[in-house]
Design a protein around this ligand. Sequence first.
Ligand code: ADP
Ligand code: MG
Length: 229
Amino acid sequence: MEIDIQNVSMTYSNGKQALQHLNLSLKTPSLIGLLGPNGAGKSTLCRTITGLYRSMGTVQIDGEYLKRKRRTKKSFFVQQGADYQLYAPTVEDEFLIGRKASPELRQAALARLCEMGLEPFADRHPASLSGGQKQRIAVARALIRSKPILILDEGTSAIDRQTAHDIENRLLKLQDLTLITVTHHLDEDLLKKYDKILYMENGYIKEEGAFESLISVPSRFAAYFQLKK
Ligand code: ADP
Ligand code: MG
């Protein structure tokens, strides 16, 4: 199965062309790292894959065409810089919004909370959490939805480096998950675990391949990676 992107372009109302005729095929499940400088089009590509944006061209996920401006049910998207609105009285309840809170579900929610190191906060009011903790809730909430595709657009940016590393590492081990991660933390150990790195600049996917293959030649990605280090 695959995510298949054909001739996708996206122009914002101010005329900025953020994606330029992208053609891309990503196996599902697989682990994808989406990298590149600010303004490259990473967030725009994420929003296109989730169906949030109307774009030219076609996006197919496991054989199903995305309808324009309709969110696909196949993916869960933790958006960049999102101000997570948490409404429930406690962190634990936050996971169960809109669902019948069966004992099994509560158990599963608690397990995810533990995985994200949020256990101590289970009884706290979500408003009392830091940005990083809210981000962790967003990721955990995504996991409990068990969608086949999880897209994290700088989804761990507000979390301290060590915790972010641990979370990403854990996500990379999940079976049957297509993970698309946009990150500025260029951690070699983690990057090696991705099946594919997509390197974007100016609305183009300039390079794609495994970390080792991109870094072992004088690629644009290699230059970017050195610069960031
Ligand atoms: P990245 O996530 O790689 O930093 P974005 O996808 O956010 O890049 O942005 C790609 C380009 O589109 C940038 O030049 C950015 O300024 C522009 N852009 C992003 N969002 C909007 C918007 N809502 N309206 C107009 N231009 C936008
Ligand atoms: Mg972005």
